[in-house]
Design a protein around this ligand. Structure first.
Ligand code: ATP
Length: 369
């Protein structure tokens, strides 16, 4: 079931007299393809949760429309949309067993949707098996680990066979190892069921690792959408470039003069078709290549061997003086570490790992062919 958002907007009025209203989501238009997992991603307050709550019907849009397939669901109540919702705090009923928790949404079905007892039980066991908690059906939530509780919450969301599954920061309460395991589980469950799923997170690594597509938001406005790798490789603006990637992208002040890019005194590369101007220069940590005859001359500050890779922190006299980024963080293949000098290191830069941005708008400046 594809989900289509058309100019979706949510404005919260100001509580204080004369205060400013909040545009939590601003003109969000997007088609979530049938059967895919889409990650809504952005810093706190960017409008991710509000978008999700509008899709599930808990919040009413100020304007715009929401379609599930061809059905306009904008005015439908959450119960009538056919959505399964999983929150960060699993919100299980503590006095009920796992089985009772999973059965609960089915027992509430009314009229012609009402199911026979044995059908309900069969469904509860089917989803419990899918999320691998069928052995724990008689336990109470307090007798489960955080990861197991989250699986129960997912089973409970799936038991009504929803048309769309919505997950709001479902991994935030889990420790690092469990987060990793559970996010893989979510991907497996989503692939097995083929339910169109929308996943809200502020964690870019999490979103990139499991999403078929990501939507990056800032202050209620969608900045970029696409396959995670494509967005990472081809950011539309400085915000997106900075938000994706660990360690984060290096950002320096640079100058384009006569078709060439300068970082400090160093002429780094040809930038055809770009007018003379000051620019922000973003370089991904993996974009630095060690080369004794390279164009960028830096002073070594710290070298950390991390198995397969080496992290080199260095300083460039002119850049460090003028840019917000004081240090250059680069990731080098450990096989080449002998080329790192004791005090000096020289780099070339991979052309596909360096991006230019307009100093005022922070939009990407595309290079000519
Ligand atoms: P977080 O990751 O912190 O949950 P988010 O990206 O999910 O953030 P939202 O919760 O969607 O962000 O909030 C978007 C904006 O709308 C914020 O500025 C928030 O303060 C505001 N907002 C959210 N709910 C309300 C409300 N009920 N009344 C007024 N303003 C609200």
């Amino acid at each position: 079931m594809k989900v289509v958002l058309e100019n979706l907007t949510k404005i919260f009025p100001s509580r204080a007299k004369g205060g400013k209203e909040v545009v939590a989501v601003n003109n969000f238009t997007y088609e979530i393809p049938d059967g895919k997992l889409v990650g809504l991603l952005g810093p706190s307050g960017c409008g991710k949760s509000t978008s999700l709550y509008m899709i599930c019907g808990l919040q009413k849009p100020s304007s715009g429309k929401i379609f599930f397939g061809d059905d306009d669901v904008t005015e439908l109540s959450p119960e009538n949309r056919g959505v399964g919702l999983v929150f960060q705090n699993y919100a299980l009923y503590p006095h009920m067993t796992v089985k009772q928790n999973i059965l609960f949404p089915l027992q509430n079905l009314k009229g012609e949707d009402k199911l026979a007892k044995d059908v309900m039980l069969e469904r509860a066991y089917e989803v419990a098996k899918l999320v691998q908690i069928d052995e724990l059906m008689d336990r109470k939530p307090s007798e489960l680990s955080g990861g197991q509780q989250q699986r129960v919450a997912i089973a409970r969301a799936l038991v009504k066979f929803p048309r769309v599954l919505l997950l709001d920061e479902p991994l935030s309460n889990l420790d690092a190892r469990l987060r990793l395991q559970t996010r893989e589980e979510i991907k497996r469950i989503q692939t097995e069921t083929g339910i169109t799923t929308i996943f809200v997170t502020h964690d870019q690594e999490e979103a990139m690792s499991i999403s078929d597509e990501i939507v990056v938001m800032k202050l209620g406005v969608v900045q970029q959408t696409g396959k995670p790798q494509n967005v990472y490789d081809d950011p539309a603006n400085l915000f997106v470039a900075k938000f994706l990637g660990t360690p984060p992208i290096n950002v320096f002040d640079g100058v384009v003069k006569g078709g060439k890019l300068y970082l400090g005194e160093d002429e780094v590369m040809a930038v055809k078709g770009v007018e003379d101007q000051e620019v922000f220069v973003g370089i991904r940590p993996e974009g630095f290549i060690l080369n004794p005859k390279g164009k960028l001359h830096c002073e070594v500050q710290n070298v950390e061997v991390m198995g397969r890779d080496v992290s080199v922190v260095s300083k460039h006299s002119a850049l460090s003086a003028q840019s917000a980024n004081k240090a250059i963080r680069s990731i080098i293949d450990a096989d080449n570490k002998d080329q790192i000098g004791l005090t000096e290191v020289t780099f070339d830069i991979k052309p596909n790992k360096i991006f230019l941005f307009n100093k005022e708008t922070e939009e990407r400046i595309r290079l000519g062919e």
